[in-house]
Write a protein that binds this ligand. Structure first.
Ligand SMILES: Cc1cc2nc3c(=O)[nH]c(=O)nc-3n(C[C@H](O)[C@H](O)[C@H](O)COP(=O)(O)O)c2cc1C
Length: 189
């Protein structure tokens, strides 16, 4: 399996780090694009540099490298995950404004009818955000808001993170045990 993973400048870069760690363990080939805006957030929220995060992927590209293989539909992939997805990148995808490699890779994923998964992170959501999400949903994009559940009774941040990452893996058809499925051992009724 070969996946594109993109990280944009929204809070929640911990989700992308965890996803990359899990995909690496599962020997899934990853092509990573880190947006320039997310670099500061990676340093602030994870305390690591962009290059340290890039080491978790098999290949890494610069956001402005529009000549990268990922720019073309002839480069075959099993899908693209944008995690976390900023509202700016969301708007760019919804309107076909492909001014950087993340937006172009998403556009290619859509035009080739491949799987596109986005993990938007913003709150509250404006009408524009909701319209853009609806537009993408009608095109088949899988939207997994960074909105963890609590029915598995998480005791740590990593269990909350694993819930969202697990949902991304579910959407890709990748088996995992990142969270206990309902009712599991948590059904106390
Ligand atoms: C510390 C910090 C946190 C941010 N958090 C969010 C966020 O949660 N969601 C969002 O949509 N934008 C957030 N932004 C704003 C985006 O980074 C900004 O819109 C940027 O242009 C997104 O660019 P990109 O999509 O190319 O990465 C944040 C910015 C900073 C500096």
């Amino acid at each position: 399996m070969r996946l594109i993973v993109a990280i944009t400048g929204a809070s929640g870069v911990i989700y992308s780090k965890r996803l990359l760690e899990v995909l690496r363990k599962k020997n899934i080939e990853t092509h990573l694009i880190v947006s320039r805006s997310s670099e500061k957030i990676i340093r602030h929220e994870l305390g690591i540099t962009k290059s340290e995060l890039e080491k978790l992927a098999n290949y890494a590209y610069e956001e402005n490298d529009l000549a990268a293989p990922l720019s073309s539909g002839s480069f075959l992939t099993d899908g693209t995950v944008i995690i976390p997805c900023s509202t700016k990148t969301l708007a760019g995808i919804a309107h076909g404004y492909s001014e950087n490699l993340i937006l172009r890779a998403a556009e290619v994923t859509l035009k080739e009818r491949r799987k596109l998964i986005i993990v938007p992170r913003e709150t509250p959501l404006s009408t524009v955000h909701l319209r853009n999400l609806l537009d993408l949903s009608t095109q088949g994009v899988i939207i997994i808001p960074a909105m963890p559940a609590f029915y598995h009774k998480p005791k740590s941040i990593s269990e909350l993170v694993d819930f969202i990452v697990g949902k991304v893996l579910d959407s890709l058809g990748i088996m995992h045990e990142l969270f206990e499925r309902w009712p599991g051992k948590y059904n106390d009724s």
